[in-house]
Design a protein around this ligand. Structure first.
Ligand SMILES: NC(=O)c1ccc[n+]([C@@H]2O[C@H](COP(=O)([O-])OP(=O)(O)OC[C@H]3O[C@@H](n4cnc5c(N)ncnc54)[C@H](OP(=O)(O)O)[C@@H]3O)[C@@H](O)[C@H]2O)c1
Length: 304
């Protein structure tokens, strides 16, 4: 059964609409962060091989689940294949080994969702996707998908006679709405999962070393007291972060807010008490700026 705070993937697996993002949380801090996230009420955690924190995330899951009396089925866990080795694209065999290592690091027999992280593995993309399809068949992943794929990347998989992905994790927020890709995903019944929902916030990735394509001009704009999302948040009586996350879930996108700050963790989960009206939805449609900014100079959706 789907509850109002979940969405069903085509496999019948329920994905909670709010997940805890773990990018930029170092391995030695990930256990505490994930433990706190579960204690706060998160039931969905997003990690990746390339975040190099799967061991910490796994430890946090064990501790948090034990403390909250949760069973494995109560928590939805996503991880992602990094498609490249140091020198080249991963083969099918190396893809299987990456999943083995992720499961071993997380201390799990199965993930709920396994994704190809980006399109960079051009030469072996079909081979990697076929390996994920096998992982799905064998039950080591309850659902499989891609991340940062555009429609032609997905067409390429389908035209090769391979299964349609269950999800595509992409950068989605009012500054990067990707209407063409979102309609394509809806046609194919592929669930869009939104990352970097908070990118327009002035507080987004401000710590040293947390780089992105966000310009100083964009940051300054977000600091103004009359910036669009500050004004909208005020109108709906929520924080700016809650407003941006609410925009995502209202569109049906699972969102993945990341914070290690307890107050922010709580507010990022509490986003279901308001509904953005049609006039504001239309106004926000006009604020789209095209491609995202989370990956900096690289646009991960445009590689051939
Ligand atoms: N598939 C991909 O290619 C991809 C790419 C990027 C991200 N992701 C996934 O999506 C997750 C989220 O994306 P993201 O890491 O870009 O960031 P995000 O969740 O959109 O934003 C995180 C940033 O916003 C700040 N923040 C969080 N909650 C806040 C609040 N309530 N008020 C004010 N500031 C707040 C955080 O600071 P503090 O931490 O200091 O609170 C941090 O700097 C990632 O962790 C990862 O799991 C996937």
């Amino acid at each position: 059964m789907t509850t109002p705070h979940e969405r069903e993937l085509t496999t019948g697996v329920q994905i909670p609409l709010v997940g805890f993002g773990t990018f930029l949380i170092p391995d030695d801090q990930a256990a505490l962060a994930v433990e706190n996230a579960l204690a706060t009420g998160y039931r969905h955690v997003d990690t990746a091989e390339v975040y190099e924190n799967e061991r910490g995330v796994g430890e946090g899951l064990r501790r948090g689940m034990q403390q909250a009396g949760l069973k494995r089925d109560d928590v939805f866990i996503t991880t992602k294949l990094w498609p490249l080795t140091q020198e080249r694209n991963k083969t099918s065999h190396e893809t299987v080994r990456s999943l083995d290592e992720s499961l071993e690091g997380l201390g799990l027999e199965q993930v709920d969702l396994y994704l190809i992280h980006a399109t960079f593995g051009r030469e072996q993309r079909l081979e990697q996707w076929a390996a994920l399809a096998e992982a799905y068949k064998s039950g080591r992943a309850r659902a499989i998908g891609v991340s940062n794929f555009n429609s032609s990347h997905i067409d390429e998989l389908v035209e090769a006679g391979l299964p349609v992905p269950h999800a595509n994790q992409i950068e989605l927020h009012p500054w990067s709405q990707k209407p063409g890709l979102v309609s394509y995903l809806a046609e194919k019944a592929i669930t869009p999962i939104a990352y970097s929902s908070l990118a327009p916030l002035s507080t987004w990735r401000t710590a040293p070393g947390h780089s992105s394509g966000k310009t100083q001009e964009m940051r300054t704009e977000g600091e103004q007291s009359d910036s669009p999302f500050k004004k909208l948040a005020q109108k709906y009586g929520v924080s700016e972060a809650q407003f941006l996350l609410g925009w995502g879930v209202q569109n049906g996108y699972p969102v993945l807010p990341k914070s290690t700050n307890p107050d922010r963790m709580r507010q990022n989960l509490d986003i279901f008490s308001f509904r953005i009206d049609d006039a504001d939805v239309d106004y926000i449609r006009g604020l789209d700026r095209g491609p995202g900014l989370a990956w900096g100079e690289v646009d991960p959706t445009t590689s051939a």
